[in-house]
Design a protein around this ligand. Sequence first.
Ligand code: HEC
Ligand code: HEC
Length: 340
Amino acid sequence: MKNISGKRLGISAIVSGLGLILLISGCALFEDEQTAKGRKLYHHYCMHCHGENGRQNEGFNWSSMSDPRPRDLSDKAAMSTFSDEEIFSAVSREMRDTSKEEVLNDENYFAVSTMPTFKYTLSEKEIWGVIGYVRTLHGMSLTYDLEARQKELQGVLQEAEQALEAEKPVLEAAELKLEEAEEARSDDDDETILPEEEALEEVQAKFDGIQDIYDQAKAAVDNFSKRPKMNQVSRPDLAISEEELPRLEEVGKQLYQNKYGCNGCHSINEQGGLVGPALDRAGFRLNDTWVYRWIRYPQGMKKHTRMPNLGINDQDARAVTAYLETLRAPKPDQPIAAPE
Ligand code: HEC
Ligand code: HEC
């Protein structure tokens, strides 16, 4: 008896030991796959500025950029002061206008315009993968719990769904009440606002709020594993009055330099990055409708382009397009006028 239970104990110890090994190697596999994907993405989207090993002046674009130039991602002493979440929010954020005082004085905000955001280009999981790879560049590894994050997002969605379902009958009841009240009133009295109408408006507003929360939760779950997708940008009407044009061009120039950091990747007059084509002659070479659609959604026109979607709204895209139309440098083989 004793012998057998001893054996059993031995077997179960082996089994659970094996389980533990499988569990650990399972985790390691999961991590490796993530990091391998992160490496690929890093090579495609980050390496030109940050270098293959994250060191300064290693990427071909590094020395062409204006200050502040990309940080040394291989520097463990500096990089270990950032949490995974802090790195995530630098890579996935809204671009903010760095010509504005309040933006520069906001210490909690990472506001370097020449570090593009990848929020609109990659899925959340992909961004975590890249950060996992960035961690290896300074000999650390990602500690952020991706599975818990995914569960959390799903939990939020489930709650939002329940809230929405619970509100549907309330909305239907209010609609029914209004219908009944409208039927009940006399024909010559259809000008006054019924109390049921006001009640429905209130219920509808509450419902819309809950619907918004649901939509956001749904988008967050989708964006966790899928790249953000926009509808194709339709052809804009870019007609603008002559009085308004100079101001729009100036706004566009500011946005180009200080908000979207286009100059980190493109050069004008040999100033600026080398990742994308020089834009000196954009006004001659490129059609404004095409430019507008390109900068609003590059991936919609060329799926794997290295130019990230910077989340440019309609207004900003109009201004930047107007600015690019002003870039009409002479052909390089023509004599260039001396600067005044
Ligand atoms: C156009 C050049 C450019 C590209 C492309 C680029 N970066 Fe950066 N990156 C910068 C600049 C400029 C900074 C800001 C200076 C600084 O603080 O290091 C920066 C900063 C960072 C930082 C430091 C954040 C902090 O809080 O200081 C991280 C991490 C980073 N980039 C990661 C990435 C990753 C990951 C990618 C690719 C998905 C990427 N970068 C693509 C230019 C670039
Ligand atoms: C991270 C680098 C990066 C940033 C930031 C960036 N671009 Fe680009 N851009 C590129 C690359 C790379 C291409 C070439 C695209 C291709 O063919 O895949 C490109 C192409 C273009 C083109 C087409 C040029 C041509 O000659 O065909 C325009 C116009 C353009 N970008 C404008 C902008 C504007 C405006 C901004 C800022 C709002 C911007 N880009 C930000 C990398 C970048």
